[in-house]
Design a protein around this ligand. Structure first.
Ligand SMILES: *[C@@H]1O[C@H](CO)[C@@H](O)[C@H](O)[C@H]1NC(C)=O
Ligand SMILES: *[C@@H]1O[C@H](CO)[C@@H](O)[C@H](O)[C@H]1NC(C)=O
Ligand SMILES: *[C@@H]1O[C@H](CO)[C@@H](O)[C@H](O)[C@H]1NC(C)=O
Ligand SMILES: *[C@@H]1O[C@H](CO)[C@@H](O)[C@H](O)[C@H]1NC(C)=O
Ligand SMILES: *[C@@H]1O[C@H](CO)[C@@H](O)[C@H](O)[C@H]1NC(C)=O
Ligand SMILES: *[C@@H]1O[C@H](CO)[C@@H](O)[C@H](O)[C@H]1NC(C)=O
Length: 576
C-alpha cells in the first residue's frame, strides 16, 4: 500500500506544481482587484456605491436585471467580517474608519421600522434596506434570521480587538454593546422560529442560519462576561446549547451530507453547508464534527457530496475527471438565471479545504474515519480509515492532494474570470461567461477570505473548542421525553375573571386563545398550573385574561422558557 501511495503522490505532485503556479498567479492578480472591488461598494466614498450612506455596503452596483442596489444585513456583515479580519490581524490598518462607519450605519438600520417590525418587534430580521437607510417595503422573503447573528459576529470581533488593544471598555460598552445586544437578544428569542434561508427562497429552518446563530450567542456570552454584562450570559448560553443540539439534526448520516434546510422539497445539497464550515471555522476546535469544523469528517464528507452534485449538470464541467475540481453553484435544483455556478460557492469549497489543511498542520496529523473515507479515497482509492501522523508519507500524500484539489477550485474561478478581474455573481453553466449582478461585493469578499486561508491565515477563536452537544448522543433535535412544569403567575383579577395560558407547543394548545388552559386560583393572587411539556425545548407562551367573553393578552414580548432535560421545573411570572 505504501508503494501505491508513493506512486500516486508522484503523479499528483506533477499536477500540483502545474496547478499551484496558476493558482499562485490568480491569487497575485485577483487579490488587489477583489480588495478594490469590495471597497468600491461601500458608501459614501466607494467609486461604485454612489447614493449609499456612510458605512452602507451595496450588494452590487447593478440597478436592473437584477436590481441589487440595496444593502443586505447578511451580505454586509459577511463583507465586514472580511474587512474586520484584515484590520484586526494587521493586514490593513487603514480600515478602522470604515469599520466605525459600518457599525454606525448598522445602528441606524436596526432602529429603522420596516415590514418585519420595529427594533423590538421583529424588525431586526428584515433582510434588506434601501441604500439611503430607509426601509424597503416591497414583497420579499422575510424574515431572514441569519443577519442579526452575522452582524453581531462581525462587531464582536472588532469589540474584542478594541478591548485587547488599549481602547478601554467604555467605547465597547456604550457604543458597540448596545448594537450587539439587540442582535443577540433577537437571536436568543427567535432562533426557534422559521426563517428564509440565505438564498431567500426556503422558509423553514436552515443549517447556515442555525450555525451562525450558535456562534454569535457563544461569542456574545464571552464578550458579555468580559465587559460585566453578566445578566445576559445564562440566557445566551442556554440557547446556544439548544442551537448546538438542533444543529446536529441537519446531518443526514445515511447519505453523508448535511441537509441544508428542513423545508424546500429539495435534495438539501447546498453551498449553505460549505459556507457554514468556513464562517464558523475555529482552528482551536480542531476537527470537531459537533460544530462541523472544516476538517471534521462530516464536513469533508458533505463537501464531496455537494461538489459531486454539480459534476454532470453544468456544461463547463464536462470532461473533467471525476475527482478533479469543478464549478459549483448554490444547489443543484437552482433555476435562478437558469441555475449557474457562483464564484462565492467555488471559493467557499477551496476555503474549506485550505482551512482543513491549516488545522491538520497545527494538530500534527489527520484522521480518516468511516465517515470521511469516501472523501479521501478521491485522492487514493486504496485509502483506509486510520490516524496519519504528519511524519507519515500518507499524510504528505493526502495533504498535497487536498492542496492540489483546493487550488483546482481557484483555477476554475480563474478560468471564468475576465481579464479585468471583475467578479459578478455567477458565470454561465454552459458558456462560462459572466451573468447576473456585476461586481458582487460578496464575490470579492469570498475571494479575499479564500486567498487568506490559502496563505495559512487564522483568526481569533470564537469558543468552539471542546463543545459537546447537549442532546444526549442521538443528535436528533429536542429530547423525546417530557418534564413537569409548573407555571405560577402573580395576577390580580376581578370576581369572575380567570387567567389562562397558551403557547407554542401542543401541550399549550398552540397559541389558541379559545383552547387556552385555565389556571387555578387556589393560592390567589398566584395563579398556577402544572403541565407535562416536551423536555429540552424552547417554548414561548403568554397568559391571557378572560372576563365576560372578552380576551386580554399580556403585553409583548412573548414569555419564554427552555424546559430542562429531565425532572421538574417551576416558572414564576408576574402578569404583564
Ligand atoms: C476607541 O475606539 C473608537 C473606535 O475607533 C474610537 O472612536 C475611540 O476614540 C477609541 N477610544 C479610545 C479611548 O481609544
Ligand atoms: C425548534 O427546536 C426544536 C428542538 O430542537 C426543533 O425540533 C424544531 O424543528 C425547531 N423549529 C424551528 C422552526 O427552528
Ligand atoms: C413561514 O413559515 C411559517 C411556519 O410554517 C409560517 O407561519 C409563515 O407564515 C411562513 N412565512 C411566509 C412568509 O410564508
Ligand atoms: C484523531 O482521533 C483521535 C481519537 O478520536 C483524537 O484524539 C485526535 O485528536 C484526532 N486527531 C486529529 C488530527 O484529528
Ligand atoms: C409571539 O408568538 C407568536 C406566535 O409565534 C407570534 O406570532 C408573535 O409575533 C410573537 N410575539 C412577539 C412579540 O414576538
Ligand atoms: C419559583 O419559586 C419557587 C418557590 O416558590 C422556587 O422553588 C423555584 O426555584 C422558582 N423558580 C425559578 C425558575 O426561579
Amino acid at each position: 500500500m505504501r508503494f501505491y501511495v508513493l506512486v500516486s503522490w508522484a503523479a499528483l505532485a506533477v499536477g500540483a506544481c502545474a496547478q499551484s503556479s496558476s493558482a499562485d498567479a490568480y491569487v497575485a492578480s485577483e487579490s488587489p482587484i477583489a480588495k478594490a472591488g469590495l471597497i468600491a461598494n461601500i458608501g459614501p466614498s466607494g467609486s461604485k456605491s454612489s447614493g449609499a450612506k456612510s458605512g452602507i455596503v451595496i450588494a452590487s452596483p447593478s440597478s436592473s436585471s437584477p436590481d441589487y442596489l440595496y444593502t443586505w444585513t447578511r451580505d454586509s456583515s459577511l463583507v465586514f467580517n472580511t474587512v474586520i479580519d484584515q484590520f484586526t490581524t494587521g493586514e490593513d490598518t487603514t480600515l478602522r474608519g470604515l469599520i466605525d462607519d459600518f457599525t454606525a450605519a448598522e445602528a441606524i438600520l436596526q432602529q429603522t421600522s420596516n415590514p418585519s417590525g420595529t427594533v423590538s418587534s421583529g424588525g431586526l430580521g428584515e433582510p434588506k434596506f434601501n441604500i439611503d437607510e430607509t426601509a424597503f417595503t416591497g414583497a420579499w422573503g422575510r424574515p431572514q434570521r441569519d443577519g442579526p447573528a452575522l452582524r453581531a459576529t462581525a462587531i464582536i470581533t472588532y469589540a474584542n480587538w478594541l478591548l485587547a488593544n488599549g481602547n478601554g471598555t467604555s467605547y465597547v460598552l456604550n457604543t458597540l454593546w448596545p448594537i450587539i445586544e439587540l442582535d443577540l437578544n433577537y437571536v436568543e428569542n427567535n432562533w426557534n422560529q422559521s426563517t428564509f434561508d440565505l438564498w431567500e427562497e426556503v422558509n423553514s429552518s436552515s443549517f447556515f442560519t442555525t450555525a451562525v446563530q450558535h456562534r454569535a450567542l457563544r461569542e456574545g456570552a464571552a464578550l458579555a462576561t468580559a465587559i460585566g454584562q453578566t445578566s445576559v450570559v445564562s440566557g445566551y448560553t442556554t440557547q446556544a446549547d439548544n442551537l448546538l443540539c438542533f444543529l446536529q439534526s441537519y446531518w443526514n448520516s445515511g447519505s453523508g451530507y448535511v441537509t441544508a434546510n428542513t423545508g424546500g422539497g429539495r435534495s438539501g445539497k447546498d453551498a449553505n453547508t460549505v459556507l457554514t464550515s468556513i464562517h464558523t471555522f475555529d482552528v482551536e476546535a480542531g476537527c470537531d464534527a459537533v460544530t462541523f469544523q472544516p476538517c471534521s469528517d462530516k464536513a469533508l464528507s458533505n463537501l464531496k457530496v455537494y461538489v459531486d452534485a454539480f459534476r454532470s449538470i453544468y456544461g463547463v464541467n464536462s470532461g473533467v475527471a471525476s475527482t478533479a475540481a469543478v464549478a459549483t453553484g448554490r444547489y443543484p435544483e437552482d433555476s435562478y438565471y437558469n441555475g449557474n455556478p457562483w464564484y462565492l460557492a467555488v471559493f467557499a469549497v477551496a476555503e474549506q479545504l485550505y482551512d482543513a489543511l491549516i488545522t491538520w498542520d497545527q494538530l500534527g496529523g489527520l484522521n480518516v474515519t468511516s465517515t470521511s473515507l469516501t472523501f479521501f479515497q478521491q485522492f487514493d482509492s486504496s485509502m483506509t480509515a486510520g490516524s496519519y501522523d504528519s511524519s507519515s508519507s500518507t499524510y504528505s500524500t493526502l495533504t498535497a492532494a487536498v492542496k492540489d484539489f483546493a487550488d483546482g477550485f481557484l483555477e476554475v474561478n480563474a478560468k471564468y474570470t475576465p481579464s479585468t478581474g471583475a467578479l459578478s455573481e455567477q458565470f454561465d453553466k454552459s458558456s462560462g461567461s459572466q451573468t447576473s449582478a456585476s461586481d458582487l461585493t460578496w464575490s470579492y469578499a469570498s475571494a479575499l477570505t479564500a486567498f487568506a486561508a490559502r496563505s495559512g491565515k487564522t483568526y481569533a477563536s470564537w469558543g468552539a473548542a471542546g463543545l459537546t452537544s447537549t442532546c444526549g448522543g442521538s443528535g436528533g433535535g429536542g429530547g423525546s421525553g417530557t418534564v413537569s412544569v409548573t407555571f405560577n403567575v402573580d395576577a390580580t383579577t376581578v370576581w369572575g375573571e380567570n387567567i389562562y395560558i397558551t403557547g407554542s407547543v401542543d401541550a399549550l394548545e398552540d397559541w389558541s386563545p379559545d383552547n387556552a388552559l385555565i389556571l387555578s386560583a387556589a393560592n390567589y393572587p398566584i395563579w398556577s398550573i402544572t403541565l407535562s411539556l416536551p423536555a429540552s425545548t424552547y417554548i414561548e407562551y403568554k397568559y391571557i385574561r378572560k372576563y365576560n367573553g372578552a380576551v386580554t393578552w399580556e403585553s409583548d414580548p412573548n414569555d419564554s422558557i427552555t424546559t430542562p432535560a429531565s425532572g421538574s421545573y417551576i416558572q414564576n411570572d408576574t402578569w404583564r
